[in-house]
Design a binder for this molecule. Structure first.
Ligand SMILES: NC(=O)c1ccc[n+]([C@@H]2O[C@H](COP(=O)([O-])OP(=O)(O)OC[C@H]3O[C@@H](n4cnc5c(N)ncnc54)[C@H](OP(=O)(O)O)[C@@H]3O)[C@@H](O)[C@H]2O)c1
Length: 284
């Protein structure tokens, strides 16, 4: 029996594996990766490595064993039919008779196009009959704090979210919730709405950046159409620019506010405040 993490060489996956290694012996952890070379450091620490690709069902044959607890980290190939990719993992998990399949989804309140693949995957998972946990992850702090270069260049935060608020949390926080589910009991067939403890607005985010940099950084609220144009002008492919602007529309409607308290309850500690993530990013 193993705790199996897909997407283990991704940003979130690495946090999950790292935190699992604090809790269980390395030989009980399996990292599913596309590149063994990228996972060499994990192998060196005793983690079992399985090479598989969501696009190739045969690579998942025999990968899982009865009783495994699996974390399916959603893929990032938006043009390849992610629901079909995720179904490959769900089918393999069902065939093996895993004890639990946890899936990193999106908040139940999110109606933006980006949520469609998550709703489709949730449906496939629930329809499979495999014991599941839906980890409906809210937004990452890092979506913003890892993209500070243009903000600092123009002394402006640009968004089409009006006065909407976001309950973001750090990837490490979401990983802590996932690890609690994978190493704990009683999470079968549960849905967790995960987000930070304090929601913030872009005006507050700009004010926090101003406070920490000593500069005057403003929030420049634009329309979704203007944002789409600006992103496209900066080289983001047209359809993706529209998807990202659509997300801001969802933020303005409050769809990324999560007030369940599930994340800090599962992690057993408060979520990381956005101010802390800003400080870490500015330190570089
Ligand atoms: N909540 C949020 O704010 C937010 C933001 C961005 C993304 N997400 C979602 O959350 C997921 C995890 O976030 P992250 O920051 O860890 O993203 P990430 O760093 O891009 O990691 C994605 C992981 O998925 C793996 N993957 C992609 N396609 C695959 C395939 N065909 N077969 C097997 N593995 C595949 C990647 O493998 P490699 O390591 O080989 O590349 C990588 O490990 C993302 O993939 C995305 O679905 C959420």
């Amino acid at each position: 029996m193993s705790i199996v993490v897909t997407g283990a060489t991704g940003h979130l996956g690495r946090h999950v594996v790292e935190q699992l290694l604090d809790r269980v012996p390395a030989e009980q952890v399996t990292a599913v990766v596309r590149s063994a070379a990228k996972a060499a450091d994990l192998a060196g620490r005793g983690v079992r490595i399985a090479v598989a690709d969501y696009n190739d069902p045969a690579t998942f044959d025999g990968l899982f064993a009865a009783g495994d607890k699996v974390l399916l980290i959603s893929g990032n190939e938006f043009d390849k039919g992610r629901v079909g990719q995720h179904r490959v993992v769900i089918d393999a998990a069902k065939a093996a008779g895993v004890a639990l399949l946890a899936y990193t989804s999106a908040p139940g309140s999110l109606t933006a196009a980006l949520a469609d693949d998550h709703r489709g995957t949730e449906e496939a998972l629930l329809g499979s009959g495999v014991p599941y946990t839906l980890l409906r992850n809210g937004w990452y702090h890092e979506n913003y704090t890892e993209n500070l270069a243009p903000v600092l260049e123009h002394d402006a935060v640009l968004a089409a979210a009006g006065e909407g608020r976001i309950s973001s949390a750090s990837r490490a926080d979401y990983a802590a919730a996932a690890v609690a589910v994978l190493t704990g009991e009683g999470h079968e067939n549960k849905t967790y709405e995960l987000g930070g403890d304090e929601a913030w607005s872009f005006a507050e985010y700009a004010a926090e950046l101003s406070r920490q940099t000593g500069r005057e950084i403003v929030y420049n609220a634009v329309t979704p159409e203007a944002l789409t144009g600006i992103l496209a002008g900066a080289g983001v492919p047209g359809p993706m620019a529209a998807v990202l602007a659509g997300l801001d529309v969802s933020i303005e409607k409050g769809e990324l506010v999560v007030d369940s308290g599930d994340l800090s309850r599962l992690a057993g500690r408060p979520a990381t405040p956005i101010a802390e993530a800003v400080a870490a990013a500015l330190k570089g």
